[in-house]
Design a protein around this ligand. Structure first.
Ligand code: ATP
Length: 209
């Protein structure tokens, strides 16, 4: 089976994540997509919400759409796990499955800065969703070569091998970012691109003020 995993800080999860992921599930005809909040290593800037709060919000956001599941594996580890290690662990757990690791275009343009980034595609296909304001224009030579080596334009090839391909989706650009949202929440703006349950949770826990 195909296991799609969409990892992120989700500080907070927002309609940009959810609408693009919904479109992706349709485009690739996949039955479920797991939203996986990541643990952030201590030396990096910490999310505003706690791991538990980020997980709660992801759970709330996933409830209204049965195609979404929640993967709390990274948060359950005693230490932050790099994505390469997480995918390698999943590949060991589910050797017969095809893993799709989903990310936005900004993540792909920075992939060469990730820990053991080349190993990601040894365990999974990478599926990249276009993002408003982020052109597909890699600057780093090693990243360029990596993309050329793995890029497929044909989504059907994702079913013909179980890892090693990079596919750029045709999902719509939804111009929402968590950074912008946190600023809007701080200013107590209303009608934000968040599921209503997530907005209510943020207000109840007085997050991002
Ligand atoms: P920030 O603004 O703080 O960088 P973010 O909105 O990018 O946050 P993350 O939780 O960091 O949210 O994103 C998780 C993953 O989702 C990343 O791979 C990111 O590229 C992708 N993503 C986030 N927002 C969108 C969007 N609007 N469209 C497509 N992909 C997105």
């Amino acid at each position: 089976m195909i296991r799609a995993i969409f990892g992120g800080t989700f500080d907070p999860i927002h309609n940009g994540h959810l609408q693009t992921a919904t479109a992706l599930v349709k485009e690739l005809d996949i039955s479920t997509l797991a939203l996986m909040p990541s643990a952030v290593p201590p030396h990096r800037p910490q999310p505003d919400a706690s791991p538990e709060q980020r997980l709660d919000m992801v759970k709330l956001a996933s409830q209204k759409n049965p195609v979404f599941t929640v993967e709390d594996w990274e948060l359950r580890q005693n230490r932050p796990s790099f994505t390469a290690n997480t995918l390698s662990e999943f590949k060991t757990q589910f050797p017969d499955d095809t893993l799709l690791f989903v990310m936005g275009m900004d993540s792909l343009m920075n992939l060469h800065r990730w820990h053991q980034w080349r190993q990601l595609i040894e365990c999974a296909h990478l599926v990249v969703m276009p993002r408003a304001g982020v052109p597909f224009n890699p600057q780093d030579d090693e990243l360029k070569a990596f993309i050329s080596a793995h890029l497929t334009r044909d989504k059907n090839t994702l079913n013909t091998q179980s890892q090693g391909l990079l596919y750029i989706s045709e999902t719509p650009m939804i111009d929402v970012s968590a950074t912008e949202l946190r600023k809007q929440l701080q200013k107590r703006e209303k009608n934000l691109p968040l599921p209503s349950d997530v907005y209510d949770y943020i207000r109840r826990h007085q997050l991002y003020l």
